[in-house]
Ligand binder design. Structure first.
Ligand SMILES: Nc1ccn([C@@H]2O[C@H](COP(=O)(O)OP(=O)(O)OP(=O)(O)O)[C@@H](O)[C@H]2O)c(=O)n1
Ligand SMILES: C[C@](O)(CO)[C@H](O)COP(=O)(O)O
Length: 254
């Protein structure tokens, strides 16, 4: 192939700054009674602080916007002040909304204009490794408008006709080919203008930000996720998170 006909490499975006919005305003109903989920401790440190550190560990991230429980912004500010965080990263705290989608939108509205790549990361995924964060950012820097980390599924998935009465058997409607399915994690990364437009245009119920971009039109791409980026949703997830942290302490030698 001559030099002229060779496809040009993806254009890396020069001078871009990356911000992360961390929705942390949920109650954590599925985790059971207690403090809002993001404020519950893992190895003695609030889950939110683990998530903030995981984002600030990336050399690309210069700003983290935490979306706090609506009546908990002052408490979250104090928590951030009380924990050691990298000095090269700035932090903002804003109160959240009724749904995850609304909380993310409130975080986006608080972003200063000089950041044109935005990641959205669940406070409930406190243990995501920095390599996964960097892989998402690098794919956006290379030109993808929307990037999600995801893993292949271990279970076979059935589509059902949901029962009206809980506990009633549900008829199976279809079995999607598992090889084509991925379980999606966060952080999800976006060209800022694309994500803002998605939040302006898409109003229906969604469970992640990338699906809003899908509804808008731009192609969303998947990069490899990580098993330690799991979401703390139910009580057993707390046990797993503590075990992962214990293994990391052992590997780090303290
Ligand atoms: N009104 C909301 C609801 C959720 N979230 C955040 O979105 C992330 C993913 O949500 P999920 O794991 O479902 O958290 P909760 O909504 O707290 O969980 P549950 O549905 O069990 O109450 C969490 O970091 C959560 O704090 C948020 O910022 N604002
Ligand atoms: C965004 C997300 O973590 C991707 O898997 C997930 O959809 C959040 O769902 P939740 O019901 O708000 O926990």
């Amino acid at each position: 192939m001559s030099d002229e006909s060779r496809p040009s490499p993806p254009q890396e975006r020069a001078g871009t700054r990356t911000a992360v919005v961390i929705p942390a305003a949920g109650r954590g109903v599925r985790l059971g009674p207690g403090a809002p989920k993001a404020l519950r401790a893992l190895n003695g440190t609030p889950m939110l602080i683990h998530a903030v550190r995981a984002m600030a560990a990336s050399r690309w991230v210069s700003l983290v916007v935490v979306v706090a429980p609506p009546d908990g912004a002052a408490e979250v500010k104090s928590l951030l002040d009380a924990h050691a965080l990298p000095e090269r990263t700035d932090f903002l705290v804003v109160p959240g909304g009724e749904s995850r989608q609304e909380s993310v939108r409130l975080g986006l509205e608080a972003l200063p204009p000089d950041h044109d790549i935005v990641l959205v990361h669940d406070a409930a995924r406190p243990l995501v490794p920095v390599d996964t964060v960097d892989a998402v950012i690098e794919a956006v820097r290379d030109g993808a408008p929307a990037v999600v980390p995801a893993l292949p599924l271990a279970d076979t998935v059935k589509e059902v006709e949901p029962a009206e009465e809980p506990g009633t058997p549900e008829p199976v409607v279809a079995t999607p080919a598992r090889a084509r399915l991925r379980a999606v994690q966060t952080p999800q990364g976006f060209d800022r203008a694309t994500l803002v437009r998605a939040h302006e245009m898409v109003t229906g119920d969604v469970t992640d930000d990338a699906s809003m971009v899908e509804q808008l039109g731009p192609t969303v791409v998947v990069v490899p996720g990580h098993e330690e980026a799991f979401k703390v949703t139910r009580p057993l997830d707390l046990v797993l998170a503590e075990a992962v942290l214990a293994r990391r302490r052992l590997n780090d030698g303290f």
